[in-house]
Write a protein that binds this ligand. Structure first.
Ligand SMILES: O=c1ccn([C@H]2C[C@H](O)[C@@H](COP(=O)(O)OP(=O)(O)OP(=O)(O)O)O2)c(=O)[nH]1
Length: 144
């Protein structure tokens, strides 16, 4: 079991819940009411800051129902929360683009996250040629 230190910026949202046996993704909630016009971009405050376990980052994606319920697209497609984003003011936010006029209310569940282990340390070794079998470049397979 991994422990996450969490700070709530408001008592108007439900506490985050890890539901055993359902999904290991954890829903996140809007901590303020946000109204957007069609085509508008805003950051939706999620009302939490966390200190992730050492060696982990978090990935935030929309819920499957987010577009249907709110007409929102997540502007960065997948939000990456670095382990270093762990200070007292490091509130998580969801960048969104509204595809229609919409209002998100306090405590609405709008996205979800999971923690992921950081990738191993890497370094780049520049070479003139690669030894791997050539696949023919982008989009060259799967055509009939
Ligand atoms: O959907 C997101 C994506 C990021 N973050 C926070 C956590 C992350 O650690 C920090 C910075 O994100 P990132 O490094 O992806 O953004 P950047 O555009 O490179 O900005 P920065 O200069 O702050 O690194 O913003 C969120 O709250 N929500």
């Amino acid at each position: 079991m991994e422990q996450i230190k969490i700070k709530y910026f408001t008592d108007k949202i439900d506490k985050l819940e890890y539901i055993d046996g359902k999904s290991d993704w954890i829903d996140l909630r809007a901590s303020e009411e946000v109204t957007l016009k069609k085509g508008e971009f805003k950051l939706i405050p999620l009302g939490v800051a966390m200190e992730l376990p050492k060696g982990y980052e978090a990935h935030i994606v929309p819920r499957s129902s987010t577009y249907k319920n709110f007409g929102l697209i997540q502007a960065n497609h997948c939000g990456i929360v670095d382990g270093s984003y762990c200070g007292d003011n490091d509130m998580w936010r969801m960048p969104v683009i509204a595809m229609r006029d919409t209002t998100i209310h306090v405590n609405d569940r709008i996205c979800q996250f999971r923690i992921m282990k950081n990738q191993p340390r890497i370094c780049f070794e520049q070479v003139d040629h690669l030894e791997g079998a050539d696949r023919g470049g982008f989009g060259s397979t799967g055509k009939n």
